[in-house]
Ligand binder design. Structure first.
Ligand code: AQP
Length: 347
């Protein structure tokens, strides 16, 4: 009897993730992604890119895109990512992402993409007007991850379905091309406080760059007054905070503010409730505002300092791109061999 279990991936552990330069970064991006990047860089090799190829799946003003890319790089560094430890680079500087994405377009199935809820949400009622890139976005994401054979991807909860597709692509490629264990079945790192930060105006919608209401999110570049004002105006209810999480089930806005407090303070929701149970939002919101200002104020200030020196950010991004390419190119060559492009030796 033969063993049917595919060979596990035996390569080194690597972290890969990125954020799109598609608008102002907010608290959700920070807690769901950026703080995790900074933590992981000391545990395994970490590559963090600015997802400019993903950003243009919806129109971006070309005159602004470079500045937005630098802003994301500044946010990474201000959140604790050290360019001497982690590799920080623009996605478009490594053409291997796009080349592998094409090969993966031929591996992924239409039925898999048809199930992606983010495309449905982002394309809205007029999906025939959405770009083809927006539809195949998760395939490019699979290429972003697998070109580095990344084993761990820190992201917010909204990316869970896309990462499942990455595992499907890896598994199908390994199977179809007789290469068990060639690509890892990547693990998403989602859990923990901050994985899903909701809008300050609507506890059922995630905090998002593209929400038309600026009051719905706390931007990393908001000043202290704006942060405090947005928390003051955050939608809540008249009830005091309860003793148990169970009692917050039907109170999404209250649940969200407790979650934000916990994530910013490095505590659990239960610990936050233990401190504030019985208190109303008149008492809780000022405490949350003080905490948010104390945690986010220095991040915004450091971003501004870094953005004042675009040449230095460009230097970091260029060096990162060269380093990333040195890892990506051999993987693409191996892929080409497996697919059959290199059998005659002309590449
Ligand atoms: N609300 C959120 N809570 C926790 N994590 C979040 N992330 C985004 N929103 C939240 C995480 O941030 C990372 C980067 O996201 P992205 O910019 O690449 O794309 P996105 O998920 O589409 O982010 P936005 O802010 O919602 O942008 P728009 O409005 O343009 O779609 C990802 O790890 C994501 O999970």
């Amino acid at each position: 009897m033969t063993d049917q279990t595919p060979a596990p991936y035996a390569g080194p552990k690597r972290v890969l993730s990125g954020v799109q330069p598609s608008g102002a970064l907010h608290l959700g991006n920070y807690l769901g992604a950026l703080v995790k990047f900074a933590r992981l860089q000391h545990e395994m090799k970490t590559l963090i890119f600015v997802a400019d190829l993903h950003a243009i799946t919806v129109f971006q003003d070309p005159a602004l895109l470079a500045a937005q890319t630098r802003e994301i790089a500044a946010a990474y560094i201000a959140s604790g990512l050290d360019p001497k430890v982690a590799t920080i680079f623009p996605q478009s500087a490594v053409p291997e992402h796009a080349e592998l994405a094409w090969i993966f377009n031929c591996v992924a199935r239409l039925g898999w993409l048809d199930r992606m809820t983010q495309f449905k949400e982002k394309s809205g009622k007029h999906k025939e007007r959405a770009s083809v890139g927006l539809y195949t976005y998760p395939v490019l994401q699979a290429a972003d991850i697998l070109i580095y054979k990344a084993t761990h991807v820190p992201v917010g909860e909204d990316q869970k379905q896309h990462l499942e597709l990455t595992r499907d692509v890896a598994g199908k490629f390994n199977h179809d091309f007789g290469a068990p264990g060639f690509f890892p079945l990547t693990d998403p790192l989602i859990e923990g406080p901050g994985a899903r930060i909701m809008s300050l105006r609507d506890g059922s919608a995630k905090m998002s760059k593209s929400d038309p209401s600026d009051l719905s999110r706390i931007n990393l570049l908001d000043d202290e007054e704006a942060i405090a004002n947005k928390i003051r105006k955050a939608r809540t209810d008249p009830e005091p905070l309860p003793e148990t999480l169970d009692e917050l089930k039907e109170r999404p806005e209250a649940r969200n503010l407790v979650g934000i407090y916990a994530a910013l303070d490095g505590r659990t929701d239960v610990q936050v409730l233990a401190e504030f149970a019985g208190q109303g939002f008149g008492a809780f919101k000022p405490k949350l505002a003080d905490l948010a200002v104390a945690k986010l104020g220095p991040v915004g200030a450091e971003m501004r300092r870094l953005m004042a020196d675009p040449a230095e950010l460009d230097r970091i991004l260029k060096a990162g791109g060269e380093h990333a390419r040195a890892i990506a190119a051999p993987t693409l060559r191996e892929v080409k061999e497996k697919v059959g492009f290199i059998s005659a030796g002309w590449l």
